[in-house]
Design a protein. Structure first.
Length: 343
């Protein structure tokens, strides 16, 4: 038999909790303004009755939906997980709901998702990196939807960013490896087309090589999707070259773990036979053997600050302010020191 009972109302919650409907509304919308004991009674009544607030009136009054959209390139690995978690937590503290989409690194898919989130009333959007068709930024400006970029920082970009300097971070890592004696350098990178993070990391390696008297034109990055299997296949191919590289710089930790797998397949020891580095410092970098030397990205700080800034742009109707966060080289056991290496 179908249950046709009407869903519980605000009045029902108020009666069960022995408070006014105004107090229930305050508990839902501004819980910090209600005494803890009263709030506990209301929360118990809501759970007992299975009450779900209808925020339509609140949305109409505020002319906002209290939702933020985020489009990330992939959900298939942990590259964006930590930062997005901190982003969501900060949004929740401020009364916002997060809607997440994944573009699979496809520009057409990202554009479609941007338009869909705007159509669904997202108050603001978080995007990853700056590389995309300028017409998308034109569209968002016409729709008066604030947009903020993360995982990349630029002083000259059209929209604000809370991120880090990918080029400088990778240059620092490459320079440290060169200082350890590595001159035969290879690189496994993500696909750089329409991906400023991958492109800038490649440029950072070339900067370091040029600064230390190595020919940057000799660097021929292998560009491929960010997954372990691709990283392993690329590593195996690189090791077939003569002379073999002593160092393989990887565009992120996922590719670096793939490179470690490729080394195992070939019977090579890391770092005795070849050194491998990653980028991002996700948890994976510390659970593999050997632990990866990598670049630590402050993912949680970036996510938290991005949420704070984007909500500020939405609520205060202002232009965003960019902030550059610092990265750190994490030296672990996947890199060796070379005393001498001929060209």
């Amino acid at each position: 038999m179908t249950d046709t009972a009407a869903p519980p109302t605000l009045d029902d919650v108020a009666r069960l909790a022995r408070v006014s409907t105004a107090t229930v509304s305050r508990c839902i919308n501004s819980p910090d303004r209600v005494a803890a004991s009263t709030r506990a009674r209301v929360e118990t009544a809501i759970k007992t009755l299975g009450y779900t607030p209808n925020f339509a009136a609140r949305f109409m009054a505020a002319k906002r939906t209290f939702t933020i959209g985020a489009i990330i390139p992939t959900m298939e690995n942990a590259i964006f997980a930590r930062g997005l978690q901190a982003f969501q937590e900060e949004l929740h503290q401020r009364g916002y709901t997060l809607l997440v989409s994944s573009s699979a690194y496809k520009a057409e898919a990202e554009e479609e998702q941007i338009r869909t989130l705007v159509a669904r009333g997202a108050d603001g959007l978080l995007l990853i990196g700056h590389d995309r068709d300028p017409q998308i930024y034109d569209y968002l400006a016409q729709q008066h939807v604030p947009v903020l970029v993360a995982w990349s920082y630029s002083e000259t970009a059209r929209v604000p960013s809370i991120g880090f300097d990918n080029r400088a971070a990778m240059r620092s890592l490459a320079e440290r490896m060169i200082a350890l004696g590595h001159k035969r350098i290879a690189m496994i990178s993500g696909i750089s087309e329409q991906n400023d993070r991958a492109r800038l990391r490649i440029e950072g390696v070339k900067d370091a090589m040029a600064a230390h008297g190595l020919d940057p034109e000799r660097l021929a990055p292998v560009e491929l999707p960010y997954d372990v299997h691709s990283g392993a296949a690329a590593f195996v191919d690189l090791m077939s070259h003569s002379p073999r590289p002593s160092l393989v710089l990887c565009g992120n930790d996922v590719l670096a773990v793939g490179a470690l797998r490729g080394a195992h397949q070939l019977g090579l020891k890391v770092p005795e036979d070849v050194s491998i580095t990653g980028f991002d410092d996700i948890e994976l970098a510390q659970v593999v053997t050997p632990e990866l030397t990598t670049v630590h990205v402050p993912h949680r700080e970036m996510g938290r600050k991005a949420a704070q800034e984007l909500v500020g742009m939405v609520e205060e109707k202002r232009q965003g302010v960019s902030e550059k966060l610092e990265t750190t080289i994490m030296e672990r056991s996947s890199v060796s020191i070379l005393r001498d290496q001929s060209e």
